[in-house]
Structure formats: structure tokens, C-alpha cells
Design a binder for this molecule. Structure first.
Ligand SMILES: Cc1cc2nc3c(=O)[nH]c(=O)nc-3n(C[C@H](O)[C@H](O)[C@H](O)COP(=O)(O)OP(=O)(O)OC[C@H]3O[C@@H](n4cnc5c(N)ncnc54)[C@H](O)[C@@H]3O)c2cc1C
Ligand code: SF4
Length: 338
């Protein structure tokens, strides 16, 4: 066990000050990912900055008609929040597709964004991994890569981002609010997580000392026509091999607006404006959905054990869009799995 210090932040400014003062410190919220990583010796923070007492636990209306979710709202509370269930049911569904009830009770909204990849080699400190140890190599590229990425990969890393919640947040075009040593800023969701490129050790675009304070949802929640479909090896308590968040705004059978995001296939939730443009203005039918899937997957590249994901993703996209168009989402009501 490595020795580490502990400090409890009194407020957001204190958290930023503590973090900026010690680059080897880490924030801890629910601890459901960070503590595991410390036990595996993957993360070795010099100090834990406990943020659990910060006033970031509410869901509030914004002046633009949307909602602002505090970074410390537990995943369960968020999934079952009446305003989320009613206005953003795709977010409820995605959260409830993840982990287990006990984990969701502990896991925070901010921590869910910042959770690290589940690539087997990232957790195995006996193997090379560019994400864990830059320059050491990537064991997954020629190793067991069944769960790894098919889109946006690099020669340095083929890891995926494991979150379900983030796939729905990408489709909803949320914003991430952060505070750092130079003040506050908002980051568009698609700019929050990074592709691996030559710097796979960087998962996101947070700057040193920055803390996530909240997530802002725009007014539009696509409550009528949406679905979140998660395909995994077990029916529960497993990460996505492929997941799809689909949200449509329909005028009869014509698609006025479409959002489509994939999970389990890339280093970040995968969206493509061209795939969504393929859907806009068209009749909602299987043929059109298939064309959108082809556009979304056009750069997909499989490795020895995960090429099956390409066909799986295509079928999942068509199915999820069909569910959304028919208003028969995969998870119909959060209450049913409470
Ligand atoms: C067995 C198991 C199964 C799981 N299955 C799924 C699944 O199917 N789908 C899914 O989506 N997730 C799954 N998870 C992951 C789970 O959702 C995450 O562990 C959880 O969301 C992390 O939140 P936390 O508050 O516990 O974060 P912590 O573990 O406290 O922190 C995680 C990281 O985020 C940083 N951090 C936390 N809060 C902030 C903040 N406000 N600002 C800046 N940095 C911050 C920490 O420094 C740390 O690096 C699973 C986890 C486990 C253990
Ligand atoms: S895919 Fe990324 S996380 Fe996995 S071994 Fe390669 S560098 Fe490490």
C-alpha cells in the first residue's frame, strides 16, 4: 500500500486551491473507481482531496429552460429524479443500464465522467500500457482486445470510455461546468473527452487544478422518442460492448431532428454530425436508419477479437432508432427496475 495524504475540501475554491498546490493529488467523490485503481496500484495519488462535502448535490432549473446537475448528485438520485425521468428519460435509462444499485448509490455525476477505461491491461500493472505509463507500449493492440475500441483508435491506444451516462449526455449535447485556478468555464460535452492520439494518458481536456462542478442539460430532452440500448456479455453488472443512445424529434413519420451516440466503441462517446444529417428530413424507417448507421461506422476498424463489434453496432443502431421512432424505448420506466 502506498502512503497518501488526505484533506477535506471546505468549498469549491478550497478544492481548487488544494488541487493546484499538489499535481499528484486526486479528488475523491464516491470512490467507486478511484479506490479500486489505488488497490490495483494503477493510481498512486500523493493526496486525496475529499470533495464529498461540497454543495454540489442539487438539480436546478437554468434560465435557458434546462437543468443544472451538481457534480456530486449520486447516479441513483439522478436516474430517479422526477425532472430527469419526465424530461430526460434517455439519461435515466443510460444511468440505470450501468453498474449496480449499490454502486449507483455511491457514484457521483462528476466521477462518472472521469471514470477510467476498463481495458484489461490498464488494470494489470505487470503489462505495458501507454495510458498508465506513457511510452511503455500498448498490450491490447496485439492482445485480448474483445472489449476495445473500433473507432477513433491510434497506434498508441485502443481503449474505450466505459460510461453509459456519458453516451446519453453526448446525445443530449450537455455542457460540463468546471472551476479551476483561472476561474469558471463550460465545456461542450463533445469537447470534454479526448481521442487517444499520441497522448492516451490524457482522458479529457480538464486543465490542472480544475474540478467538475456540474452538468448543464439544454431545454430539449427528446422525452417522446428516445431509447438507450446496451449490449453486453451479461444482462447486468457488465460494461457495454456496444451501446446506443438515440433521440428523435418527429413530425408524423418525418424526422425533424436526430441525435445518435455510441458507447463501448471509442475513447469517448462517438457522434458524427453527418450520420445525424442523414436522418434529418427523412422518413423514419429501417432503410434510413441503416444508412445513418453506415455513416456513423464508416471509419470503424476491428482488431483480432473485436471486429464483431462493427456488425453488432450496425444492428444495435438500427434497433435503437426503431425503438426511438416507435416510442418503445429499451428501458421503458426507471421505476420498473428500482
Ligand atoms: C463493478 C463496477 C461496475 C461498473 N459498471 C458500470 C457500468 O456498467 N456503466 C458505467 O457507466 N459505469 C460503471 N461503473 C463505473 C461507475 O459508474 C464509476 O465508478 C462511478 O461513476 C465513478 O464515480 P465516483 O463518484 O465513485 O468517482 P471516484 O471513484 O470518486 O472518482 C473517479 C475519478 O473522477 C475524479 N473525480 C471525481 N469527481 C470529480 C469532480 N467533481 N471533478 C473532477 N474530478 C473528479 C477522481 O479524481 C477520480 O479520478 C462500474 C463500477 C464498478 C466498480
Ligand atoms: S488500449 Fe490503451 S489502456 Fe489498453 S493497453 Fe493499450 S494503451 Fe493501455
Amino acid at each position: 500500500m502506498n502512503n497518501f495524504g488526505y484533506a477535506r475540501a471546505a468549498d469549491v475554491a478550497d478544492a481548487v486551491r488544494l488541487s493546484a498546490a499538489d499535481p499528484a493529488a486526486k479528488f475523491i467523490a464516491g470512490g467507486t473507481n478511484l479506490i479500486d485503481l489505488m488497490k490495483y496500484d494503477v493510481e498512486r495519488p500523493a493526496r486525496l482531496i475529499d470533495i464529498t462535502h461540497l454543495p454540489l448535490k442539487s438539480v436546478e432549473h437554468t434560465s435557458g429552460g434546462g437543468l443544472r446537475i451538481g457534480a456530486l448528485v449520486p447516479n441513483s438520485d439522478l436516474a430517479y429524479h422526477p425532472l430527469i425521468e419526465k424530461r430526460y428519460p434517455i439519461l435515466s435509462s443510460a444511468i440505470l443500464a450501468g453498474a449496480s444499485q449499490q454502486l449507483r448509490n455511491m457514484a457521483s455525476t462528476g466521477g462518472n465522467l472521469l471514470q477510467r477505461t476498463r481495458c484489461f491491461y490498464f488494470y494489470d500493472v505487470a503489462t505495458p500500457c501507454n495510458k498508465r505509463e506513457p511510452g511503455s507500449g500498448c498490450s491490447a493492440i496485439n492482445g485480448i482486445n474483445r472489449i476495445n475500441a473500433i473507432l477513433g483508435t491510434s497506434e498508441q491506444c485502443i481503449a474505450t470510455h466505459p460510461s453509459d451516462m456519458c453516451v446519453a449526455l453526448a446525445a443530449l449535447e450537455a455542457k460540463v461546468h468546471v472551476t479551476g485556478p483561472t476561474g469558471e468555464r463550460a465545456i461542450a460535452f463533445e469537447d470534454f473527452h479526448r481521442l487517444p492520439g499520441d497522448t492516451p494518458h490524457l482522458d479529457n481536456n480538464l486543465k490542472p487544478g480544475e474540478i467538475v462542478t456540474g452538468i448543464e442539460l439544454p431545454a430539449k430532452g427528446f422525452a417522446a422518442n428516445h431509447s438507450y440500448l446496451k449490449i453486453r456479455d451479461r444482462l447486468s453488472y457488465a460494461f457495454a460492448l456496444v451501446s446506443v443512445a438515440a433521440a428523435l424529434e418527429l413530425d408524423g413519420t418525418r424526422i425533424k431532428e436526430a441525435r445518435l451516440a455510441l458507447g463501448g466503441v471509442a475513447h469517448k462517446p462517438w457522434r458524427d454530425a453527418e450520420a445525424e444529417a442523414t436522418l434529418r428530413g427523412r422518413t423514419a424507417d429501417v432503410e434510413v436508419f441503416g444508412k445513418a448507421a453506415d455513416v456513423l461506422l464508416r471509419g470503424a476498424k476491428g482488431f483480432a477479437h473485436n471486429a464483431f463489434k462493427i456488425g453488432l453496432a450496425r444492428r444495435a443502431i438500427v434497433r435503437t432508432l426503431t425503438q426511438a421512432a416507435n416510442a418503445t424505448p429499451q428501458i421503458q420506466s426507471a421505476k420498473k427496475i428500482r
